[in-house]
Each structure stands twice: as C-alpha cells, then as structure tokens.
Design a protein around this ligand. Structure first.
Ligand SMILES: [Zn+2]
Length: 456
C-alpha cells in the first residue's frame, strides 16, 4: 500500500512537471489543422524513403565532378516538376573535381597487415610506386610538437580517438600540413567517427599554403590502435601507402531549386534544403540525400494538400558541400539582392533519424516564435529548440543577410556512418525519415504563412 502511494505520488509529480511546458499559444491554434494534415500526409506512407532509395540506387556516388552527381541533378529537376513544384530550375556552380583513383596501405614491418583506409578528399597522390617509411604515432597536435624532430622522412599517424565531430575534425583537416611542416612524407589520420566495424571515414583536408602537400589518408580505429601497440612495444614499424588521388580542376555543376510561390507575399522567401553531393564512398544516404529528400518533401506535401502559404517556400539542393562549399557560396552571391527578403533558412544535414526539433541561430524574438510553432510538433516529440542552428550550405547567406537559420536536429548515430561506405539507405528508417519531412513541413509552412515576419 505504502509503495503504491509512493508510485502514485511520483506519477503526480511527473505530471505536474510535465504540465509546466508552454501551452499552445493562441495564434498558433489556427495552424493545428494544417499541421495535422501535413504530418498525416508525410507519415502515413514511405514516399520519402522510396525516393531516397531511388536517388541512392540509381546514380552511384555523387562526389563533385562525377557523372553520378550531374545525373542526380537532372533527375531531381524532373522529379520536382512531376511533383508540381514551381519555378524549377538549376543555378550553375563551378566545383572542384577531385578523383580518388586506386589506393591502398599496408604494414610491411614487423609483419604484414593490410590497413583499411580511405584517402582524404583533396589529397595529392603518391608516386606510382607509393611511399614507404617508418611510422611515427602521435596522440595530439601537442604530442607532434614535442616529437617534431622525429617526423622527418616518416609517415605520421595521428591516433586521436573521436570525441565530437567539431573537435576531432581538426585533426583530419589540419593534421597533414602540420606533419608536413616537420618533414613528414605522408600522413595517416585515425577516422573521425566512433570506432565501428573497422570502417574508415573519409572527409576533406585543408593544405596550408606554405608547406609541401603530402598524401594523406584516414585509417580505421582498429588499424590505428594496432600501429599504436606495435610502436609502444618499441618495434620499428614500416608502412607503405599508395594513392592515385589527383585534382582535375573545376567543372560545372549546379544547385537545384524548386518553389511553392507564396499567395500573398511571393517575394518573401523561406528556404529549406540539404546538399545533393556526397563523398565517393557509400551513397550519401544520410549525408545528405536524406536531408535533400526530407526538405524537398515538405514542399511536395504542401503542394499535394493544396496548402499554399502566404510567402514563397523554396527548396534548394546545394552542390559541392563536401569538398568546397561552392554551392552555398554561389547561392549567396546569386541571391545577394534578395537576401533581405529571406525570412528563414533551414538545413537538414545531421542525418534523418528521429527528429527532436530544431537548432536556431537568430534573434530572441525569432526564438520565441519558433519555440511556439514547435508546440505543434509536441505529439512527435520534435519540439525542442536548440541554441545553435544553420548548416554549411545556408550559413554564408544567413550570415550575410542576418537571416534566422535553423537546422533539423535528430536523435541517431549519424557519425557512425558519416563519410563511410556504410552510409547507405539501410541505416535509414522510413518512419523516422517521414517524421523529419513532417517536422520540416510544419515549421516551414507556419513561418511562411504567419501574418508577422519571423523575428518581427
Ligand atoms: Zn553533409
């Protein structure tokens, strides 16, 4: 009896805590019905997942400069037209073409092992016969500085375990040139991602302008640890690295744009989007085919339901996020005069797992309004508004135009498959992708339709 009472008390306490959340504000009430329709249309079928499966099955990878990306761009234009979107067109962007070619790495001393690796994007290649050298393993940039005198003529391995993407990514982007500064002949970087099933993660590097460009590759956590153990035992460890990687200059690509033109203020724009390019391993299902399909689906659903908001909603599938960011820069430059009319920009590029809400970079006023709109997503538990939003593609425009910038936030292990051969459709749950599309649709629709401009 006493126990039952205690349990009842606990439940009552939990309820009263739960009851403190924002009630649905009056002005948002009018959007209850359209929101329910948008959510219903998105979540009662697997349209988005099927579309993503076509995108990831039909064209191969979508690295900038690849035939796969250009075919996917043409397909997206055709499909947007089929959806009935308006003003569907491409906006040309020059993008860098980097080609991986054949590549391999192996331990040749003290005993032979293959190394599971992926060359880093924009890396130079090795001579045809490869580079063979003794390995210096370092655990951080500081560790490299301490042992800088040992780096000359060596292959430097940065064995830095993954913490967060923001923190660990620096090792990949800046590590190769740091090693080159001390005379290293090549660099290996432990994959920027949690150690999984011996899966390497690629990603871009950034060469410093004033040091020689050395070939660089990521290796799996398991391979990095083996090299670490060998070296720790005082063994002389020799690795051979062979990479055909090279750049072929700039080629033409494009951003894909489609719209639902606003019924009252067509010149005011809400932008949603993701990036259509991917790395050349896997099929970019999570990064960022899913973000493209989820944001695009928001417009498709509005169109299908006959919900035309006051302002224009525009979907942009950006090109070249991964190794250049040229699509986002080109959008900013091309639409510069129109940026003051951009009411909100939203990017989905953190995966399309169960949505939890949105990150927002914007004014306090915008935050209040977005938080109120998100009450419509409480039934899906997608109503959290985080302190920072945006994305690599929308940030150049959002910064210059001081436009409220949102990112779709999700609960899922994005960095497990990020930039790996395992980034395939199998990792994506149709119901979760549909919920992502629903959450984006509701947020974009209400911001585009509400009488006041977001942030005013
Ligand atoms: Zn991405």
């Amino acid at each position: 009896m006493t126990r039952l009472l205690a349990v009842l008390l606990l439940v009552a306490t939990a309820r009263s805590v739960g009851a403190q959340v924002t009630p649905i504000p009056k002005w948002v009430e009018q959007y209850r019905d359209p929101s329910a329709r948008l959510i219903g249309e998105a979540t009662t079928n697997d349209f988005a997942w099927q579309r993503l499966a076509v995108l990831t099955d039909r064209f191969g990878h979508r690295l900038s400069g690849s035939e796969g990306l250009e075919r996917a761009i043409r397909w997206a234009v055709d499909e947007m037209k089929r959806d009935g979107l308006e003003n569907v067109h491409t906006e040309p962007v020059m993008v860098p073409k980097w080609v991986r070619g054949r590549e391999s790495a192996e331990i040749v001393e003290p005993g032979w092992h293959s190394i599971v690796m992926l060359g880093l994007g924009d890396s130079v290649g090795t001579p045809a016969e490869g580079v063979q050298a003794e390995v210096l393993v370092v655990k951080s940039f500081a560790d490299l500085e301490v042992r800088a005198a040992l780096a000359k003529g060596r292959i430097v391995l940065f064995n830095v375990p993954f913490t967060t993407y923001g923190d660990t990514r620096m090792v990949r982007t800046a590590g190769p040139s740091r090693a080159a500064r001390h005379g290293a002949v090549a660099a290996l970087v432990r994959s920027v991602g949690p150690t999984g099933l011996r899966t390497p993660h690629t990603g871009g590097l950034q060469y410093a302008p004033d040091v020689p460009r050395i070939p660089a590759a990521s290796v799996t956590g398991e391979d990095a640890e083996r090299l670490q153990r060998l070296v720790d035992r005082g063994e002389r460890v020799v690795v051979r690295l062979q990479m055909d990687a090279h750049s072929e200059g700039d080629v033409e690509s494009a951003n894909v744009v489609g719209e639902l033109i606003g019924r009252e203020r067509p010149d005011e724009v809400v932008v949603v989007g993701g990036h259509l390019d991917s790395w050349d391993v896997g099929t970019g299902a999570s990064d960022d085919g899913g973000g493209c399909v989820a944001t695009w689906d928001a417009l498709r659903i509005m169109k299908k339901l006959g919900l035309r908001p006051r302002r224009t909603v525009r979907v942009v599938l950006f090109t070249n996020e991964e190794n250049g960011g040229r699509g986002g820069l080109a959008y900013r430059d091309r639409h510069r005069a129109e940026l003051p009319k951009h009411v909100m920009m939203l990017e989905s590029d953190l995966g399309v797992f169960r949505p939890t809400g949105f990150g927002l970079t914007g004014s306090d006023k915008a935050r209040r309004t977005v938080t109120e709109i998100a009450t419509l997503l409480r039934g899906m538990r997608a109503d959290m508004i985080g302190p920072v939003g945006g994305g690599a593609d929308i940030d150049p425009s959002a910064r210059e135009g001081r436009i409220p910038a949102l990112s779709l936030e999700v609960d899922g292990d994005y960095f497990m498959v990020h930039h790996t051969p395992a980034d395939t459709i199998e990792r994506i749950d149709p119901a979760e992708l549909a919920q992502c599309a629903a959450a984006i649709a509701v947020m974009a629709y209400v911001v585009a339709d509400m009488p006041q401009r977001l942030g005013e």
